[in-house]
Design a protein around this ligand. Structure first.
Ligand code: MN
Length: 207
């Protein structure tokens, strides 16, 4: 997040497009990563070129996003959100969170199941396109929220302001080929590929 916007790199996916099958299908992954995310990344670079934004730390840009053009908000959010999303999924995902993260989930929500239920509701009820998030607040408590479009909780324009450690893309482009109108089925399937070790890393980094 301290990387200057102009020095950001389009990230490696880290696994094959088919790695998350059957929960997320290979064609969706390929199009989502190579077309959608790549377009957000390229459009962000084009939008900041030869401006003061190019030399800002990416985290600072997101934190002050209300001062900048809406195209930077949409594409900068798109780049951040998808970069996080790919990282917190894995073919070896699923199972249970461990250690401090598990304890923090129990403390904030009562149980993992209660957290998931709240997250699923946030993801299902986000009207149109957006994201559902598990975030860390400044007091170290965990919170669930959702944001529209490519906004995220790091942005000053967001209703919920916190550090996202797990996010789910609920744009139709993320699930329509396999799930069509059945967003709840996609949300349920997502938990089978969540890489809790990565989420735990994000949790520690956010404290
Ligand atoms: Mn997407």
């Amino acid at each position: 997040m301290n990387t200057k916007v102009k020095d950001l790199k389009f990230p490696e996916l880290g696994y094959a497009f088919s790695a998350l099958e059957p929960h997320i299908d290979a064609m969706t992954m390929e199009i989502h990563y190579t077309k959608h995310h790549k377009a957000y990344f390229d459009n962000l670079q084009a939008a900041v070129k030869d401006t003061e934004m190019a030399d800002m730390a990416f985290g600072e840009l997101l934190k002050n996003i209300s001062k900048f053009p809406v195209g930077v908000r949409n594409n900068g959010g798109g780049h951040f959100n998808h970069s996080l999303f790919w990282k917190i999924m894995s073919a070896q995902g699923g199972g249970l969170p461990q250690g401090e993260l598990a304890a923090a989930i129990d403390k904030s929500f009562g149980s993992l199941e209660a957290m998931k239920e709240k997250f699923n509701t946030a993801a299902k009820t986000r009207f149109g396109s957006g994201w559902a998030w598990l975030c860390v607040n400044t007091d170290k408590s965990l919170e669930i929220c959702s944001t529209p479009n490519q906004d995220n909780p790091l942005m000053d324009v967001s209703d919920c302001k916190a550090s996202p450690i797990l996010g789910l893309d609920v744009w139709e482009h993320a699930y329509y080929l396999k799930y069509q109108n059945k967003r709840p089925d996609y949300i349920n399937a997502f938990w089978n590929v969540v890489d809790w070790r990565e989420v735990a890393k994000n949790y520690k980094a956010a404290l």
